[in-house]
Ligand binder design. Structure first.
Ligand code: ADP
Length: 574
């Protein structure tokens, strides 16, 4: 037994104390192990979260989504800065994108590098991670950027976009940029484990960017399509094969009398009030063929629509829906209707004077015994002469209408005209046609000579006076009043006749437009007089309008400039 050996009691006491010490230490270790265990499982959980997080779903706000992502990457990798760069193929550059962590907007704006340069270029080109512990000294870095962003160390991974097929198999890989983290916190360096994590995060980022880009592109495409659809004049409605209306453009909503705004998604029967339109669509669905129909609607306005449907098919040729297009053909139908009414009235208007002419000539020819005295004969000749004038006027009116319709402007042959004598002459001619009406001229002050086309001016006056007597079947006064107003003379033709309803007061100046009443039908007419009058006045640079009340007469007022307005210069009489 060695000399220094202590007595067994002491030894025992010492050992006991040591055991206690060890026990305390063990407790401590246990606690620390628990801590470590906790830390480990936390890390494990985090990694699991990262690895299993499905790609963040694209929102319209790409920046917001990516903002969350870069923050998360910087936090997990304990990096001071995190930024991703996208490849701009046109510029051949990698361009930093907002949002970034640890970089100002200004820095992001100027941070770009040729796709072949620096750590960014290397990671992009080789589609491999690059880790640099000494960014300042490493020959591979672009020094301005290192200085600009104050970079110490770098971990960079490529952003690879994967295209997958239906079975989730990767069918295409494309590097779209790089993801950087700079400056490991607490003076550390980026480890292999960091790169592994960064690669996982980059995959997510690429997926988000790709889907967000796709989303944005699709949205832009959709917006463009929608704007086009909304702006076209035709009504467009899309119905799926289940009979649900999925789209109606603005024109369509107006035509189909739909009040709801915005997107429509409801069954056809609920959305479309008009049964004929529903039928048109359903016919296409059941027959799987195009169909067409002309649909007259009364509400909200009386219109005629030409509806046409076509099937929409997918790539395999299966019908997926029906698109119906509606064109407003009311005007076309209206003009057609007016034209046929016009042909009927013109034939009538031509036949009436011809019948008169023929009648009087036959009478004169058959009077071989000299039954009619000279005065009667003269009267017949006068009537024949007047009827011939009426025919000539009508034919010349028709020729003028067709000239205006084909876009030819009416020619104005300016000569000096004395309006007072022209008005008096025209009124006295009109007096010879009527004994039911009192025709008066009111010219309160001397009118200046004007530069105008005398023949056209006479036609204008004749036409208005003729209408004034024609549409005053019970007679009454017709007053032609002329005054000077500034640089124009203003002529008003007032009658006490049947008047023009308010809603027709603009229409009657259009071609073939007539107010349809018994009185106007009896009066006869082709509906082109006022159309020509308006054009002749406008050719002079003047205007015409009407004030009237049904049953209380009408006043047609027109102006003609004293001097013709100079064309082109936008000047005219100031
Ligand atoms: P027309 O007299 O040959 O029918 P117009 O173009 O001269 O053709 O006139 C168009 C329509 O305007 C007429 O059909 C008539 O209904 C209405 N109208 C024109 N002048 C008058 C008037 N003085 N009083 C009432 N209605 C008128």
């Amino acid at each position: 037994m060695p000399q220094d050996r202590q007595p067994p009691e002491q030894e025992l006491a010492r050992l006991k104390a040591r055991v206690q010490e060890l026990e305390a230490e063990l407790e401590q270790y246990k606690g620390r192990a628990g801590d470590l265990d906790k830390q480990l499982s936390a890390e494990r959980a985090e990694r699991q979260v990262i690895e299993s997080t499905p790609p963040i779903s694209p929102t319209p706000d790409l920046e917001q989504t990516l903002g969350r992502l870069v923050k998360r990457i910087a936090m997990i990798l304990q990096a001071e800065k995190c930024v991703f760069m996208l490849h701009d193929p046109e510029a051949g550059e990698l361009v930093a994108q907002r949002p970034a962590v640890g970089l100002s907007d200004e820095q992001v704006k100027v941070f770009r590098v040729r796709a072949t340069h620096g750590a960014s270029g290397e990671a992009f080109r080789d589609a491999k991670p690059v880790v640099l512990d000494d960014a300042v000294g490493d020959p591979r870095t672009v020094k301005e950027n290192v200085a600009l962003l104050n970079i110490r160390n770098i971990a960079t991974v490529p952003l690879v976009m994967e295209t997958r097929d239906e079975q989730e198999r990767v069918v295409e890989k494309k590097t779209i940029g790089v993801l950087h983290v700079f400056n490991k916190r607490f003076g550390g360096m980026f480890s292999d484990e960091d790169v592994r994590l960064l690669t996982i995060m980059a995959r997510q980022a690429a997926a988000v960017i790709a889907s967000a880009q796709l989303y944005i592109e699709l949205k832009q495409e959709k917006d463009k399509l929608e704007a086009t659809l909304e702006s076209i004049l035709a009504g467009v409605m899309v119905v799926d094969m289940k009979g649900k209306v999925t789209l109606v453009n603005q024109a369509g909503r107006r035509m189909l009398g739909l009040t709801q705004e915005g997107e429509i998604s409801a069954p056809l029967d609920e959305v479309i009030p008009d049964e004929r339109i529903r039928e048109l669509v359903k016919r296409s669905m059941t027959s799987q063929k195009e169909s067409a129909a002309e649909i007259e609607v009364k509400k909200p306005a009386e219109r005629v629509y030409q509806g046409q449907t076509t099937l929409i098919r997918d790539e395999t040729g299966q019908p997926t829906g029906v698109v119906a297009i509606f064109n407003d053909i009311s005007e076309i139908r209206n003009v057609e209707r007016m034209k046929s009414a016009f042909v009927a009235t013109v034939s009538h208007e031509l036949r009436t004077p011809l019948t008169g002419i023929k009648g009087f000539i036959s009478t004169l020819l058959s009077d071989t015994e000299g039954f009619f005295d000279d005065e009667s004969r003269r009267e017949f000749y006068t009537i024949i002469d007047q009827e011939c004038d009426r025919l000539t006027r009508l034919i010349s009116d028709l020729l003028n209408v067709s000239a205006i319709e084909s876009g030819r402007a009416l020619e104005v042959n300016y000569t000096p005209v004395d309006p007072t004598s022209l008005i008096e002459k025209t009124v006295s001619v009109q007096r010879s046609y009527t004994d039911k009406h009192e025709l008066r001229v009111e010219i309160p002050e001397r009118l200046p000579r004007i530069m105008a086309d005398e023949e056209k001016l006479e036609r204008i006056l004749t036409n208005l006076m003729n209408n004034a007597t024609k549409y005053s079947p019970h007679g009454g006064e017709v007053v032609v009043r002329a005054v000077r107003e500034g640089d124009s003379i203003v002529v008003a033709v007032r009658d006490q006749g049947i008047g023009v309803p308010k809603d027709k007061q603009t229409k009657i100046f259009e071609r073939f437009e007539r107010v349809d009443t018994r009185d106007t039908r009896e009066a006869g007419g082709a509906g082109i007089g006022l159309f020509l009058v308006k054009h002749m006045i406008e050719a002079h640079g003047g205007t015409i309008g009407v004030e009237s009340e049904v049953g209380n007469g009408s006043t047609f007022t027109f102006s003609i400039p004293v001097e013709p307005k100079r064309a082109g210069g936008g000047g005219g009489s100031a």
